[in-house]
Design a protein around this ligand. Structure first.
Ligand SMILES: [Zn+2]
Length: 154
């Protein structure tokens, strides 16, 4: 609950995420505030990898002098509802729009989890078909939490 709710849906939390990053001291188009207003928050303090809180797109390798976070975001994720509703840096979302983006965010998040689970499910089904009586299916997670479907003897 709280992990979703102290979330990056709020501009102030997104701005805070840029503290100590390369965007922090920028006075250019890619200032922390401009990045946050375009929906982004920082994922790693030692890189310029950022993520949109709404559509989830991750973007890296910014050219701080020339890139406009807004148009970069638009070019790479033309379906982002946050961008569609907000339309400009300075415009604030209404409460209704804010909640619409929240719904969109949750649906996309669940969709991603669903897609990951159905990949695992398909792999399990394939393995089950060739499973002999002395074998069993084993699910393991690697260091990036990617689930691997394996077979081992009982
Ligand atoms: Zn987005």
């Amino acid at each position: 609950m709280n992990s979703n709710f102290e979330s990056k849906s709020f501009l102030s939390n997104r701005i805070k995420s840029f503290k100590g990053t390369v965007f922090d001291k920028q006075r250019s188009k890619c200032s922390a505030k401009k990045m946050a207003e375009a929906g982004f928050y920082s994922l790693q303090s030692d890189s310029d990898l950022v993520k949109c809180y709404a559509c989830g797109i991750e973007i890296q390798n910014w050219s701080k002098s020339s890139d406009d976070p807004w148009s970069v975001h638009e070019n790479q994720s033309d379906c982002c509802l946050y961008l569609q509703l907000k339309k400009s840096y300075s415009q604030e979302l209404t409460v209704k729009e804010f909640l619409e983006v929240e719904k969109y965010r949750f649906l996309r998040m669940n969709r991603k989890i669903y897609d990951q689970k159905s990949v695992i499910f398909k792999q399990v089904l394939e393995k089950i078909q060739n499973l002999s009586k002395d074998q069993q299916i084993v699910l393991t997670a690697d260091e990036n939490n990617v689930i691997k479907v394996g077979v081992e003897s009982k």
